[in-house]
Design a binder for this molecule. Structure first.
Ligand SMILES: Nc1ncnc2c1ncn2[C@@H]1O[C@H](COP(=O)(O)OP(=O)(O)OP(=O)(O)O)[C@@H](O)[C@H]1O
Ligand SMILES: [Mg+2]
Length: 300
């Protein structure tokens, strides 16, 4: 069976585009709801690559939907409907939106990224090597790359409109969104990470770190929004091959990044295309992550 054609960008005369993110196109449905459309765009080094990744939008959508359901007892979420056949007619009339769209409650997004780190990698590892701490959290000496941290750390960042998100202190985090919301988002983030990482480990996946977004609904409730615990927003490692002291094989874009590192490219737009085999291997990695975490294939 062949997969549905890839979708790099969407645009419709009868749907109002509110925002085009790196991966999602966001449409207004009405005052209270939005349509989040996960395209097959892939970004690396903060640039969108010209090569779409088959099935990526579908996998991200299905995986986030799985997690929203699993985490429902910990945190309310923004999902209204993920079933294409029950979408409003204006959505259903665009067949390419099938399996990549969710109808969500429109929220006022907290302008922060709620990052939780359970292991030492990425910018955390760089911080630690330079200063012995991660985002102001002092850590024991002698930790190795990818070591498990003594306990998960909450390391918030700003949501930069352009380019890299910037790590901020918890004090700054509280200044931006208010003390009460800050405490709530921090504790929700750590609870979600604890529950999800325990579950993932039973499936053989380590969630090394991840990022959550939250928003306020019209009644003032804090909702988990955006995407959740996908290979785009998280570092997933295989527990079986995990070994601190080196970089881990991961289910995220590491494969793409490694290929791009072999090129003489300055990491500025426009990004180079990916060879077919790299694009296909990336689809396989995303499918693997979905299958392992949920225990189900995607029916293709
Ligand atoms: N329920 C919601 N209400 C309002 N906005 C939402 C909701 N869920 C997700 N969003 C927003 O939709 C956008 C999703 O797009 P995408 O993930 O592609 O963006 P991004 O490139 O990661 O970030 P950016 O917003 O910086 O473009 C994000 O801006 C996110 O904050
Ligand atoms: Mg995003």
């Amino acid at each position: 069976m062949t997969a549905a054609p890839t979708v790099s960008e969407t645009s419709y005369s009868d749907l109002k585009l509110l925002h085009r993110g790196k991966v999602r196109d966001v449409y207004e449905i009405d005052d209270n709801s939005l349509l989040l459309v996960a395209t097959d765009r892939l970004s690396a080094f903060d640039c969108i690559l010209p090569t779409p990744i088959e099935q990526k939008g579908e996998i991200l959508t299905a995986l986030s939907t799985f997690w929203f359901g699993r985490l429902e007892s910990i945190v309310p979420h923004h999902l209204i409907n993920a079933d294409f056949d029950r979408m409003p007619p204006v959505v259903k009339s665009h067949a390419e939106l099938r399996d990549r769209s969710v109808l969500v409650k429109r929220t006022k997004v907290f302008p922060v990224e709620c990052v939780v780190r359970g292991y030492l990698e990425g910018s955390g590892w760089k911080d630690y090597q330079a200063a012995g701490s991660v985002c102001g959290h002092e850590l024991p000496v002698g930790l190795r790359q990818c070591d498990r941290l003594p306990g998960p750390l909450f390391t918030p960042a700003t949501k930069a409109a352009e380019g890299h998100d910037e790590n901020i202190s918890e004090e700054r985090f509280a200044e931006i969104i208010g003390t009460e919301a800050a405490e709530k988002l921090r504790s929700l983030s750590l609870q979600i990470y604890a529950d999800a990482s325990d579950y993932a480990l039973t499936r053989g996946i380590i969630i090394a770190d991840t990022k959550f977004e939250f928003g306020l609904d019209s009644d003032g409730n804090i909702l988990l929004i955006d995407e959740v615990l996908t290979p785009d927003s998280s570092r997933f490692w295989s527990a079986e091959t995990y070994e601190p002291g080196r970089a881990q094989t991961s289910f995220d874009k590491q494969f793409v990044r490694e290929y791009l590192e072999t090129l003489d490219w300055d990491k500025k737009s426009p990004a180079p295309p990916l060879p077919d085999d790299v694009a296909r291997a990336t689809t396989e990695r995303y499918l693997d992550a979905y299958r392992i975490l949920t225990g189900n294939g995607l029916g293709k």
